[in-house]
Design a protein around this ligand. Structure first.
Ligand SMILES: [Zn+2]
Length: 338
C-alpha cells in the first residue's frame, strides 16, 4: 500500500475512534467521503499526476480504503441509531393517562330543529329546506299581504331590492308546498328568519321558526287543534293543556293565538306567566281562501291549516333561559350545559 494511503487509513481510524454521536459521525463522513471536498476525492485526483505504471496499484489501494471507510461508517451509523432508539423507549411511559379531549355536541337550537322535524316526519310530513333569501312574492304577496298592506309594518323587513328580502317568517313554506303540488299536502320547515328588531333579552334580529301547512279535502279547525296538541305534548310535556284564542294573521281565516298551560307553575300562576297560568306559544289558523287560490289550489274543494312557532322560545321555556342572546353568543360555558 502506498505510504500516503497508509497514513490516511491511520488518520481515519483515529477520527473514527472518537465518534461519540451522530454529529461527530457526520463530520467524519464528510471529511473523508464528501463528493466534492472529501479526502478520498482529493486522492483520486492525484491519480492523474502519477507515472503510468504506478496508477493501477494506487487506484486499487484508494478504492479499497474507500470501501473500508464506507463499511465502517455504515456499521457505526446503525449502532448510533439503535442507541438513540433505546434512549427514547426508556423515556416513553405507555401507562401514563392520555390528554383529555373536549367532546362537542349539537347546539340546543339545532337539536330542537331536528327533534321537531322528526315529530312531523313520523306524522307523514315532507320536510322543506328553503333559502333564507326569499322573494317578496313568497314572503308577503302570495300570503295575502300585497304591497302597502298594513300587516307588512309589523314585520320590519331587511330588503335587498324591490323583489328580494331576508325572509321574515317561515310561512313562505305554505306557498312553496302548494306550488305545483296536488293535495293532500303536509309540509314542515324550520330555519332562521330575520326582522329589524333590537337585540335585547327578548328580541333578536335573527331567530328560528318552525312552520307547518296541511291541505286536503275536509280539513277543519278540529284537525288543527288535534295536531297541535300532539305536537306540543311531545315537545314539552304529555301533561300540558292547550287553548286557542282569536288572533289575526293575514294569511289565515279564522286565525288563532295558541297558549299552553304554564310549564313552571302548572297553571297555578307565577311571574313567568304573569299569574295567568297560560303562556302564548304560537300563531295558527285555517288557510285563507285567497292564499289557496293564488297558489293554484281549488278552495271550493280543499281547505287547510297552517301555523308557525318561534323555536328559540322553547329552550327559553324548557330550560328557563332568560336572555335570547345567550343562544346566539356561542359562549361554550353556556352551551356546554345542554
Ligand atoms: Zn306560571
Amino acid at each position: 500500500m502506498p505510504r500516503s494511503i497508509e497514513e490516511l487509513k491511520e488518520r481515519f481510524e483515529r477520527e473514527f475512534a472518537s465518534i461519540s454521536g451522530m454529529e461527530a459521525w457526520k463530520s467524519v463522513r464528510d471529511t473523508f467521503l464528501a463528493r466534492d471536498s472529501g479526502i478520498i476525492t482529493a486522492e483520486m485526483k492525484k491519480l492523474r499526476e502519477l507515472p503510468k505504471e504506478e496508477r493501477p496499484a494506487f487506484g486499487q489501494a484508494i478504492n479499497r480504503l474507500r470501501s473500508t471507510i464506507e463499511n465502517r461508517l455504515q456499521e457505526r451509523h446503525d449502532e448510533l441509531k439503535k442507541a438513540a432508539l433505546a434512549g427514547l423507549q426508556s423515556r416513553l411511559d405507555v401507562t401514563r393517562p392520555g390528554f383529555p379531549y373536549a367532546l362537542g355536541s349539537a347546539h340546543p337550537i339545532k337539536r330542537l330543529q331536528a327533534e321537531i322535524e322528526r315529530i312531523f316526519v313520523n306524522l307523514g310530513f315532507e320536510v322543506f329546506d328553503l333559502t333564507e333569501i326569499e322573494g317578496d312574492y313568497y314572503n308577503f304577496e302570495a300570503l295575502n299581504m300585497p304591497r302597502n298592506h298594513p300587516a307588512r309594518d309589523a314585520q320590519d323587513t331587511f330588503y335587498f331590492d324591490d323583489t328580494l328580502l331576508l325572509r321574515t317568517h317561515c310561512t313562505s313554506v305554505d306557498v312553496h308546498a302548494m306550488e305545483g303540488r296536488k293535495p293532500p299536502i303536509r309540509a314542515v320547515t324550520t330555519g332562521k328568519v330575520y326582522r329589524r328588531d333590537p337585540f335585547d333579552a327578548t328580541h333578536s334580529p335573527m331567530f328560528y321558526q318552525v312552520d307547518v301547512v296541511v291541505i286536503d279535502e275536509g280539513i277543519t279547525m278540529g284537525d288543527m287543534k288535534g295536531m297541535l296538541e300532539v305536537f306540543l305534548k311531545q315537545l314539552f310535556h304529555p301533561g300540558i293543556k292547550m287553548r286557542l284564542r282569536p288572533g289575526f294573521f293575514p294569511f289565515v281565516e279564522p286565525g288563532a293565538e295558541v297558549d299552553i298551560s304554564c310549564i313552571f307553575c302548572n297553571g297555578a300562576g307565577c311571574p313567568t306567566c304573569k299569574h295567568s297560568g297560560w303562556i302564548e306559544i304560537l300563531g295558527a289558523g285555517m288557510c285563507h281562501p285567497k292564499v289557496l287560490r293564488m297558489s293554484g289550489i281549488d278552495d271550493s274543494r280543499y281547505s287547510g291549516f297552517a301555523w308557525g312557532m318561534g323555536i328559540d322560545r322553547v329552550p327559553m321555556l324548557k330550560y328557563g333561559v332568560e336572555d335570547i342572546r345567550l343562544l346566539f353568543d356561542n359562549d361554550l360555558r353556556f352551551l356546554e350545559q345542554f
